[in-house]
Design a protein around this ligand. Structure first.
Ligand SMILES: [Zn+2]
Length: 360
């Protein structure tokens, strides 16, 4: 209850996502009422915000890597012990492998980042059953890019360098990544495209006069997705679509008055920084965490990439995207790109190696 009330509170303030903004939902008065009822009910306060953020601040990528390595090890051990039970002859041969790593392959050998951006190549160490898959990472120029023990490469300043990964158990086995770090592009005057993708977040703003309205291609893709969902008995609709710079401006001011600038920045986009200004972002159905658990929410999470959309602010990625989990907010990228980003399992920021932070 506490959490959903907090979610409501957050949603009312959301950047990008408040239903108030579009006027798609009842007038402010209704929402204020709903808010105050919830607040009395559950004593929602700043603390709730903190709790939610803490939840979602997990460095998910690292955690996942660690867990999957552990799972692999466990699986191997289980197989080994089952073999021992089945045939004692084989046991001697299969006793804990002493095989050394023989090769390392990477998901990518060249990485482009902006200053502050991060990327992590995925390592495959062979043979599969080698005894120790620990990695040692090094950058030959930490003034250009640093790398941590898991292979997260971070751009520090403009330039090029080489990041090397070694097999700890056999340091002769290595692989290299060429790293190029470029400056964060200036965002004044023009929208920013990176790898052909229009990017709007806390680092990259849109000019005030960028006012394209809803993009027809995105709207057509949404309708296609909506029909597909409908044929499975599910009803999805756009609760909030295109929003202008001016609209966001007024909204942000209100939130600053209400909570102060520092707090407002946690849940409301500054004018020019809302992805809704691109005309390529939609909020679906109920703008609330509970959307994720509805049949519609699950279907969208599973299928939206097939229609050219991604869930733009996934769970546990607040430190990367700059926003809390928003299961309802989808961004149109086109089918090909959406498929690639979806399959990478990365946020758009990670996929492009860029940041999402205000410069001041
Ligand atoms: Zn949104």
């Amino acid at each position: 209850m506490k959490k959903s009330a907090a979610a409501l509170l957050l949603c009312l303030g959301l950047t990008a996502c408040s239903p108030i903004e579009d006027g798609a939902v009842p007038a402010g008065g209704d929402i204020e009422t709903a808010l105050s009822v919830q607040t009395e009910d559950t004593s929602v306060s700043g603390t709730s915000f903190t709790e939610i953020s803490e939840d979602s601040k997990m460095p998910e990528t690292s955690e996942e890597t660690t867990i999957s390595e552990t799972e692999t090890t466990l699986a191997e051990e289980t197989t080994a012990s089952q073999t021992e039970i089945e045939t004692s002859e084989i046991t001697d041969e299969t006793t804990i492998s002493e095989k050394l790593p023989e090769s390392i392959t990477l998901s990518t050998y060249s990485v482009e980042l902006t200053v502050g951006g991060k990327k992590m190549p995925v390592v495959t160490m062979l043979p599969e059953d080698c005894s120790d898959k620990s990695e040692i990472w090094e950058s030959d120029d930490t003034s250009v890019a640093t790398v941590d023990g898991l292979g997260n490469i971070t751009g520090i300043s403009e330039g090029s360098c080489t990041v090397t990964v070694k097999a700890a158990a056999n340091p002769e086995v290595t692989a290299e990544v060429k790293v190029t770090v470029t400056a964060v592009p200036q965002t004044h005057g023009e929208p920013t495209y990176i790898d052909g993708i229009l990017i709007v977040n806390k680092t990259y703003a849109l000019p005030a006069d960028y006012a394209p309205g809803v993009q027809p291609e995105a709207e057509a893709a949404f309708k296609e997705m909506q029909s597909a969902a409908w044929s499975e008995g599910l009803n999805i609709w756009i609760a909030s679509g295109y929003r202008s710079y001016e609209y966001q401006s007024g909204l942000y001011e209100r939130y600053v008055k209400r909570s102060g600038k520092a707090e407002a920045d946690r849940y409301s986009a500054r004018p020019g920084h809302s992805e809704h200004q691109t005309g390529l972002a939609f909020d679906l159905n109920s703008i609330d965490d509970s959307f994720a658990d509805t049949a519609e929410g699950k279907w969208v999470a599973e299928h939206c990439h097939e229609y050219g959309f991604i869930i733009r602010y996934p769970k546990g990625a607040e430190d990367i995207t700059g926003y809390i989990y928003e299961p309802w907010h989808i961004r149109y990228l086109g089918k090909e790109t959406a498929e690639k980003v979806h399959n990478s399992g990365l946020t758009l920021e990670e996929y492009l190696g860029i940041t999402s932070v205000y410069s001041e």
